[in-house]
Design a protein around this ligand. Sequence first.
Ligand code: PEP
Ligand code: MG
Length: 909
Amino acid sequence: MEILEKVKTRVYKFGNKTADGNSKMKNLLGGKGANLAEMSSLGIPVPPGFTITTEVCTEYNTLGKENVVELIKDELEESIANIETLMGSKFGDKTNPLLVSVRSGARVSMPGMMDTVLNLGINDEVVQGLAKKTNNEQFAWDSYRRFIQMYGGVVLGMKPASKEDIDPFEEIMEHLKHKRGIKLDTEFSVQDLKDLVYDFKEAVKKRTGHNFPTDPWDQLWGAIIAVFNSWNGDRAVYYRTMHGYPADWGTAVNVQAMVYGNMGENSGTGVCFTRDAGTGENVFNGEYLINAQGEDVVAGVRTPQQITHLGSQRWAELAKIEEEDRLKNYPSLEELMPSIFEELNTYQDVLEKHYRDMQDMEFTIQDGKLWILQTRNGKRTGAAMVKIAMDLLKEGMIDEKETLLRIEPNKLDELLHPIFDPDALKRSQVIAQGLPASPGAATGKIVFFADEAAKFKNSILVRIETSPEDLEGMNIAKGILTARGGMTSHAAVVARGMGKCCVSGAGALKINYKTRTLTVDGHEYHEGDWISLNGSTGNIFEGKVATMEPELSGEFAELMTLTDKYGQMKVRTNADTPKDAKVARNFGAQGIGLTRTEHMFFEVDRIKAMREMILADTVKGRKQALEDLLPMQRSDFEGIFEAMEGLAVTIRLLDPPLHEFVPHQLATQKELAEDMHISLQAVKNKVAELEEFNPMLGHRGCRLGNTYPEITEMQTRAIIEAALNLKARGIKSKPEIMIPLVGTVKEFEAQEQIIRRTADVIFEERNDSIDYLVGTMIEVPRAALMADLIAEKADFFSFGTNDLTQMTFGYSRDDVGKFLPVYYEKGILKVDPFEVLDKEGVGQLVRLGTDRGRSSKPNLKIGICGEHGGEPSSIEFCYNLGMDYVSCSPYRVPIARLVSAQAAIKSTM
Ligand code: PEP
Ligand code: MG
């Protein structure tokens, strides 16, 4: 058994254009190890090394250190010997030493799980040899100092003693800097570095009770075991649990020869991209520094230089640097080291073609020799993502399906809303964070009341929470910020519909309406002060941050055409106005999946009639007020039908509790009393009477239409007459009347009767008719359970997953922001179920409702109009259930079109 176990390969070597592994072996070698092996086989010069497999990590967890050392000792020694041969140096040698790096590498990237240990294999004697070999004492002692610091922290647990303390090594360095009157690490003299090494080792002895390990092999085993242990460290366990990665995956360990970019003027280091990560332009670009180490490029200690000649010229132009100065002080790598540049240029081409995607590479030049340290698919902006994918398609590197799958749906959002100027952003300060409720960038002056939104040309409406009464002000404001509310709070839903930037649920904000102040972290902001919001990240900035309009590039349009070739499930939009409908049509919406009629009642000229209707004590009084509303509703619907040019339009009958429509402020109550010639007390009584304990579970939805049939009659009349009026003008329309909050078949039937009866009356009056459908929302759990019976009556279903989520979880959608952060922190919830459909739980009801509905009516038209209709993973779920369409806010239509195509492609793979 033991012999058999030993036969298995546990250590995979790479280097000198060969490798035991390849990029397909990510599960065994981890992502980093697999890519290093692949690069080596491709003939790319990677510093030689080896990967200890993820299986060894798992074996370590069951067998323990002694047994695992025994298992891999021979292979490890042989692999180190291989590096020694390839590098012409020896591990632990006093005159010609080989130093190595040790890094973790799981099959998926787990950022921050474990730090790297560099320069391993150094001790008091080796450091002398290194100094002689490189003729650079400063470099040798600095490497030694860095090693003890890294090894001490990662392997020996030399962490800050408490939350308030700083890193023990940093403390020693700070002390010395202070004593010597210097600021930077680079200012240490050789003697300083020697002193630091001594003090570091003393600190280790004092804290751990042991001497710092001097034997390179002990150091190596220590680092390997530390990487294995890190797999079960708090950070990794938390990260794994959060992403659902199983514990038995384990991590690999990568050991590689160190190469140095800081060995003099013939050395350097840099980062490069095969295409422009900001714009997607197909130009090789990047930055480098002569005589420097990797961190120096990123840390910005010195101004990095450009790799290509073209890049260097562009950079100098922006930095206003004369050509002469540029050539002398900031030459490109292409100019300074032409043959190294040529070699690098070849590799970038090879790697991009090989991986068929834009690569982000790191390289080091050690004494005139180029080494590639890493390659990976480069991160990019939304605009670059689209351009690169479409360009790769045109270049024949990827096919259409792959092109569509390369697009990250949510990143398309960046292309559809105003964005902050990246330079301006760098200079801005984040004061707090909320939920990224509706993407985009907004900058403006603070107003606290919706009816004062027009007070400034650019305003940001800051509210504890918003209500339907705030609609007009929300429309006027450039952005909306609320202290309360989740991703489907009123503010969030309405803002997304308007394509307006919104940050919601920013709990750190203390808003005082009386003093008209907003306090964050003890700092007070007043009405009229500038603030800026990033609705894509939830960041709130102090002051004015410049924004710019996004450009919808040619590639974006091409991409959208491609989505239609593969997408099968339709994409509709949630739109309440002709303007929204037009925006959505421009983005390719194939119909309206939800028009919330209540939003129309809040406009100034209508709210009065609406309030009169609610306050009326008799059917007659109600009918009179409704008559005033009829022409307005009719013209709204005409506008929407016209904008949709014959595409299906689903109009939902009145849904919210009436309490939302009545005035709550004394002044407005008085006004209403005067207008209606009734007493203030009568108004107050009615407002009190409408108050409910749980308005979301109260007198709303079809319960309204069933208790006040005249409302349903008026709305039906407005819809049908609008369609007939358009017909008379030669314009087609396809109304679908939708009944909200149905839970029993009888509730549906009662409403349907009123609708059909009203329509018949109108057809007779006008001696004309149109086709229309009567369907229902499925948003109450009981409706999903009774779907087979409801489907016998209804023409279509539309899943209202906002309410369905609310009622299935029992979480109020307007208060969820209060406990969500704690739930995330405790790992009780991973995501906001109002944003991402809970496929496991709420999804069961959606599946059941779909299946039962179609069991009694096989061709039943089914869609979704909850906010989830615009969320990628939820859209894919809907496709897999066989829905006919998803409906989402206008600005998410392109995303939904893309996901619809992606889901169809994935289902055939
Ligand atoms: C829903 O409940 O999912 C829905 C679309 O309706 P509303 O958000 O208006 O309640
Ligand atoms: Mg609803």
